[in-house]
Design a protein around this ligand. Structure first.
Ligand code: ZN
Ligand code: ZN
Length: 319
C-alpha cells in the first residue's frame, strides 16, 4: 500500500509529453523562424500580461481573496490566467491554499525542503497523483459555474488562442508568444515554489523556509517577497515597504482608483513595525535567529504552522 502511494508520486512521463514537447518546440521553433526585436518584445509582453493574471488573479485573488472585484472581472482574471497553461484556476488556487497550510512540512506537496528543488519546481506538476482539483478547498468559488467550466476545460482557451495566433499572425508569432513566452512563464511562476523557499533573505520568523528576493520579485511581478507573504498571506501586497518592488500591487491600486477592484487589503501596522524591528536588528531580513530554519535540504521540525498564515488562509478560504 505504501509502495503504491509512493509510485503515484513520480513524474508520469506519458502525460508529461506535451510539457516536454513545448520546450523542444520552443527551441526548434526559434531555430526555424528566427528572431527579431519585435518578436522578443511580443514574447516578453505575453509573459508579463499572463504573469499578472497568475499573481494578481490566481494567487492574490483566488487563493487568498486579498481584494474584491465584480463577477465579470473575476472571470476575466481567471480566463487570462488560464492562457498561461497552468491547469485550472480552481486547481491552482486550491493547491496553493494547501501550500500555506503545510508549507515546508508534510504534506506540502511542493516543498524543496521536504523533497528536492526540481520536484518543487515542476516534478509535482508532472505527477498524476496531484491532477485532481481539490474542490472542497475552494468552495467559495465553486458556486460560479463559469469558473467550474473554465477549470474543467482549462486547455480549451489556450489551444483556441494558439490556433488563432498562428492563423492571424503566422508561425513566428506563435513560436515566440505561444511556445517561448509560455515556457518562460511556467518557469518564472515555478521559481516561487522552488527558489523562493531557498534563495534570498528572511525577515520574518515563519515556520517555513520562505525567502525575500528582489530578482524573483522582478520576474514574477512582486511574488518574490515570499517570506513577507508567508508571514501575512492575506495582504494584497507582498512587497511590504516602498523599496520592495511589487508591480502587481501597484496595478491593483490603480484598478482600485477606477473602481474595478475594491477592499484591497493592506498590511497591518503591527506587521510592518515588526518587520522594521527586524531590519534594525539584523539588516535586511538576514537570517539570524532563524538560522536553523534556513538550512536547505533539511526537513524542518514539525512545529505547528504559523497561526498568522493558517488563520489568514482559513479566513480567506471561508469567506
Ligand atoms: Zn511558499
Ligand atoms: Zn500564497
Amino acid at each position: 500500500m505504501i509502495e503504491a502511494e509512493y509510485d503515484k508520486e513520480k513524474v508520469d512521463w506519458w502525460s508529461s509529453i506535451p510539457f516536454i514537447a513545448a520546450h523542444i518546440g520552443a527551441v526548434v521553433g526559434v531555430i526555424l523562424v528566427g528572431w527579431s526585436p519585435w518578436l522578443i518584445a511580443l514574447a516578453v509582453l505575453s509573459y508579463y500580461v499572463r504573469m499578472w493574471a497568475i499573481t494578481a488573479g490566481f494567487h492574490r485573488y483566488f487563493s487568498h481573496r486579498a481584494f474584491k472585484t465584480s463577477r465579470a472581472f473575476q472571470f476575466f482574471m481567471a480566463f487570462l490566467g488560464t492562457l498561461s497553461v497552468q491547469k485550472g484556476v480552481l486547481w491552482w488556487a486550491a493547491h496553493h491554499r494547501d501550500h500555506h497550510r503545510h508549507s515546508d512540512h508534510e504534506p506540502d506537496i511542493h516543498s524543496p525542503i521536504m523533497r528536492d528543488v526540481l520536484w518543487a519546481h515542476m516534478g509535482w506538476i508532472l505527477c498524476r497523483k496531484f491532477n485532481a482539483t481539490k474542490y472542497d478547498k475552494i468552495k467559495d468559488f465553486t458556486k460560479f459555474p463559469e469558473l467550474v467550466w473554465l477549470n474543467r476545460f482549462h486547455l480549451v482557451p489556450p489551444l483556441v488562442m494558439g490556433a488563432l495566433i498562428w492563423w492571424l499572425f503566422g508561425a513566428a508569432v506563435f513560436v515566440w508568444v505561444g511556445l517561448v513566452g509560455t515556457v518562460a512563464l511556467w518557469h518564472g511562476t515555478f521559481t516561487i515554489n522552488s527558489l523562493s523557499h531557498l534563495i534570498g533573505r528572511r525577515r520574518y520568523a515563519t515556520k517555513d523556509n520562505s525567502r525575500n528576493s528582489l530578482v524573483l520579485a522582478l520576474i514574477t511581478l512582486g511574488e518574490g517577497w515570499h517570506n513577507n507573504h508567508h508571514y501575512y498571506p492575506g495582504a494584497s501586497r507582498q512587497g511590504f515597504y516602498w523599496w520592495e518592488i511589487d508591480i502587481s500591487y501597484y496595478s491593483l491600486k490603480l484598478l482600485e482608483v477606477f473602481g474595478i477592484v475594491w477592499d484591497v487589503r493592506g498590511v497591518p501596522d503591527r506587521v510592518l513595525a515588526k518587520g522594521r524591528q527586524r531590519l534594525a536588528s539584523a539588516g535586511d531580513g538576514a537570517p539570524s535567529a532563524e538560522a536553523s530554519l534556513a538550512a536547505p535540504a533539511q526537513p524542518l521540525d514539525t512545529a505547528p504552522q504559523s497561526t498568522t498564515a493558517a488563520a489568514s488562509v482559513e479566513a480567506t478560504a471561508g469567506g
